[in-house]
Design a protein around this ligand. Structure first.
Ligand SMILES: [Fe+2]
Length: 282
């Protein structure tokens, strides 16, 4: 008789090898990160499927902005603390990535672009752009998984290159998933510069390839860093899963609140109270 497999055994199927060769590092990262691919998380599908009236609620969109921008901010700020990339040639490569986030033409940044994208669909932002600063202070406005993610991002980024590789590798996936999900409700959303400039120039694909290549180069010189690099990559990937989980709870709450209201609206129509009903329809 075949032995029953325990959940822990099943988990180990998609767990990364604890050690791999330096040559095998890109492949080991791909395999590990496939288990954390953001678009597999229910948040994106539920966001697309939620009632339009709930998706368009300014305070709901403001919460989406707060959580998503906080997670993005944490990584954009943490990338300035990356270790091991101190030679002139590596500083130049690092700088190109900084510029893609914070040196856009006309003094623009990826952060400002994201805020504009969400404001343009009606988000009432909880924090103004310049209020995204020190991670500890930012955590005062956050809770749950996002607070955890923000609190560990700098620590992880500053001790190994693994978290940077993980985030850069996964970012195009979650950006596409978010653009598609919100564009179900706001068709112009995916055409916002935050998304379109990134997708058309394959910015995140380039960042992913660059992060892996640079990290592999560092590992060739310092193979003793390999295990920590993989471990930290896994840690941030798990923490990022938590951010999508928290966003998913937000969507589920907003949907649950909207559905009874919609049912009430339909009942009102049947009862002839059109005025009460139209206020609630999408
Ligand atoms: Fe990037």
């Amino acid at each position: 008789m075949k032995a029953q497999r325990r959940p822990a055994d099943r988990r180990s199927d998609c767990a990364p090898p604890l050690l791999c060769t330096i040559d095998g590092f890109p492949n080991a990262m791909t395999i590990m990160l496939e288990g954390h691919r953001p678009s597999r998380m229910p948040f994106f599908e539920r966001l697309a499927a939620m009632p339009h009236s709930a998706a368009g609620d300014p305070s709901f969109l403001g919460q989406i902005h707060l959580i998503y921008q906080s997670a993005m901010h944490a990584t954009r700020a943490a990338v300035y603390y990356l270790p091991h990339l101190d030679s002139p040639a590596l500083r130049k490569r690092k700088l190109r990535i900084f510029v893609d986030d914070d040196g856009l033409p006309g003094g623009d940044t990826h952060h400002y672009q994201l805020t504009r994208a969400l404001r343009n669909i009606g988000a009432e932002c909880v924090l103004q752009d310049e209020e995204f600063g020190d991670p500890e202070e930012l955590c005062r406005y956050l809770d749950g998984e996002t607070a955890y993610f923000v609190s560990i991002a700098r620590k992880l980024y500053s001790r190994s290159l693994g978290p940077w590789c993980a985030v850069e590798t996964m970012s195009v996936d979650w950006m596409r998933a978010l653009a598609e999900a919100l564009s179900v409700h706001f068709p112009q959303f995916k055409h916002e510069p935050y998304f379109e400039e990134c997708f058309s120039h394959m910015v995140e694909e380039r960042h992913a390839a660059e992060a892996i290549e640079v990290t592999q180069m560092i590992l060739r010189a310092r193979p003793e860093l390999l295990a920590d690099t993989l471990r930290d990559a896994k840690t941030i990937a798990e923490a990022l899963d938590g951010v999508w989980t928290q966003l998913d709870r937000l969507v589920q709450r907003a949907t649950a609140t909207a559905l009874p209201a919609r049912a009430g609206a339909q009942h009102s129509i049947r009862c002839g109270s059109v005025r009460a009903a139209t206020a609630l329809l999408p």
